[in-house]
Design a protein around this ligand. Structure first.
Ligand code: PHE
Length: 573
């Protein structure tokens, strides 16, 4: 309406000199007129010049007097025409502020005699203050003296009024042409696209951030499939894991997709605390300290501002990650190769989930199986063994792996076949135990596993590595307690002092692999392997203050937890 009025007016007149007057003449709100002017100006239908005017508006007090009359006038009316009224009586008739101001102003105006008794001095007065205020309300201009007196009584304040004067612009037309925002199928069929005027693209406009990248804890295992191992510039071996995870695009994610998703601001990822912790551990394990993640990314030829360093994690491998993509394992690799006797309680179905289908493994390395059988039955390499009948059927049984040490074992077996080279391996993945579920236990959880294989390693090296590792996580008070594992000697449980809980908390288990495990694999006698297995959940619960593991992992997880925990690198910065 205002738009038609403005364009219509300009069809016959040169100029609209004042948008304020135009609005009141045509019965529009000035605000509406201003909005239309801005929009028409944007499309150059009109040219608009700013007009600024100082104007006066009533204060709340001013508005009250404009409606009810000034206090002096109200007081004057309350004094009887004849005779007098006592001051106390008069006070009762009026509001306290009206009485107070009224007394002084009516006295000053010589309208009344103020004493203990109050009487009129004149019979007729005019409420000039009210009149002036009403005139200001109507937008009339007042003389300097009047303005000053109202200003002094704080009944008016100055306000800058903004409006426009308007003339035709270069694209002037009496009505606005509608610009098309989309090219539709109908436009093409009708052929009217040839005449259509299209709205220009605004390449600077930001799209709405997509709700994406929330990492569900259960998704983590599947992300394992999208584990990227990339050779970037300089032939560096780089692992990229836990990147932008668009659930529906997982299959097609590529390194470039992820980076471009970031550049085009397709939403910030929110991370599950377990994923944050996993990243943190990855960082600790892999980050060599020689090059930064940013350098890796820029060496890939892509430059962009990396606000969350861990958003896309590129690590130069210091430790190599072990392939942990097999949840199903044979008892042989999970237990026997680790010199774990077949009668060991952990091998009971109360502790381990055995598979019904397929219930047994298809193949095992026969030569090695013979050596393992021998070391269990009669020892060797200076050991007496367990002295029992080792049964192949037990070793064949399939199970859900109870620890990732099964994978370490496979890796060491493969390594022992090569001419000896020192190695560092790690993994972070899921394991399963047939345990009753409570606040701190689940039947499946995640293990961080690590090992260093070299000649001449000692228990001191193991303690040193673990101290270094945990102090980077902000856990610098560690204690080691002698423990027993069938596959390590010596073995140590790792405890960390938790400042918040004010107690020592067990965070992992470690040791040096026994000769009964390493020598049948074929390692030279002087090769030592220090190894550790840590829970991912335990430190996560401690660091995030989660006291029920079911709030962290499993079907009861509150998904908003991930949104509340943006990506982070604990204890590293
Ligand atoms: N496998 C052990 C566990 O599950 C951890 C461990 C790994 C201990 C390596 C020693 C050496 O608790």
């Amino acid at each position: 309406m205002a738009e038609e009025a403005i364009l219509g007016y300009l069809a016959t007149s040169e100029e609209i000199p004042d948008s304020g007057q135009f609005a009141s003449q045509h019965g529009f709100q000035h605000n509406d007129v201003v909005n239309v002017i801005k929009s028409l100006h944007g499309f150059r239908y009109i040219d608009a010049q700013d007009i600024k005017r100082e104007s006066w508006v009533l204060t709340d007090e001013g508005k009250k007097y404009a409606a009810d009359g000034s206090p002096e006038f109200q007081l004057f009316l309350a004094v009887p025409q004849e005779g007098s009224i006592s001051k106390d009586e008069l006070q009762k008739k009026l509001e306290p502020s009206v009485f107070k101001i009224g007394c002084s102003q009516a006295g000053k105006n010589k309208w009344v005699d103020m004493g203990k008794q109050v009487s009129r001095k004149v019979q007729h007065v005019e409420d000039k203050v009210k009149d002036l205020l009403v005139r200001i309300q109507k937008g009339e201009a007042l003389g300097k003296d009047d303005i000053n007196s109202l200003k002094a009584r704080k009944l008016i304040v100055a306000q800058t009024w903004k409006g426009y004067s308007v003339k035709k612009g270069p694209n002037y037309a009496p009505t606005r042409k509608k610009v098309a925002t989309d090219l539709t199928r109908e436009n093409l069929q009708r052929g009217d696209w040839k005449e259509l005027e299209f709205k220009e693209y605004n390449f600077n406009a930001k799209g709405p951030p997509a709700e994406a990248g929330h990492l569900h804890p259960l998704l983590k295992a599947s992300i394992g499939h999208y584990f990227y191992q990339l050779h970037l510039a300089y032939g560096k071996y780089v692992t990229v894991k836990y990147m932008y995870c668009f659930y529906e695009y997982q299959q097609s994610l590529s390194w470039e997709t992820i980076i471009f998703a970031r550049i085009y601001n397709l939403g910030l990822p929110f991370w599950h605390p377990l994923a944050c912790m996993e990243l943190t551990f990855l960082n600790l394990i892999l980050y060599s300290g020689e090059t930064t993640i940013e350098e890796h990314i820029s060496s890939a030829g892509v430059s962009f501002e990396l606000s969350h360093v861990t958003l896309i994690c590129a690590f130069r491998c210091f430790f190599e990650e072990m392939p942990t993509n097999n949840f199903v394992e044979s008892s042989f690799w999970n237990f026997d190769a680790l010199f774990q006797p077949q009668q060991h309680p952990a091998r009971d179905s109360h502790d381990t989930f055995f598979l019904e289908v397929p219930s047994t493994t298809r193949e095992l390395p026969e030569d090695y199986v013979k050596l393992v059988k021998r070391v269990h039955e009669s020892g060797g390499y200076g050991s007496r063994g367990y002295m029992y009948d080792w049964k192949r059927e037990e070793a064949n049984k399939n199970l859900l792996r109870t620890h990732t040490t099964a994978v370490s074992t496979r890796m060491l077996y493969a390594l022992a076949k090569q001419p000896f080279t020192p190695k560092r391996y790690f993994s972070i993945d899921r394991v399963f135990r047939n345990e009753s579920v409570d606040r701190t236990h689940l039947a499946e959880f995640h293990q961080i596993e690590g090992l260093v294989c070299d000649k001449g390693l000692t228990l001191g090296d193991l303690i040193g590595v673990l101290n270094d590792f945990f102090s980077r996580l902000g856990m610098s008070k560690l204690r080691f307690k002698p423990a027993y594992n069938p596959y390590t000697e010596p073995s140590m449980e790792i405890f960390s002092y938790h400042e918040g809980l004010k107690k020592w908390v067990e965070i992992g288990n470690s040791g040096m692999f026994r000769p009964e495990m390493l020598l049948p694999m074929g390692f030279p006698e002087d090769v030592r392997v220090i190894a550790w297995g840590l829970s991912l959940e335990r430190p996560t619960m401690i660091l995030y203050g989660v006291d029920n593991i079911r709030d962290l992992f499993g079907h009861k997880v509150d998904l908003s937890l991930m949104k509340r925990n943006p990506i982070c690198r604990l204890g590293i910065d």
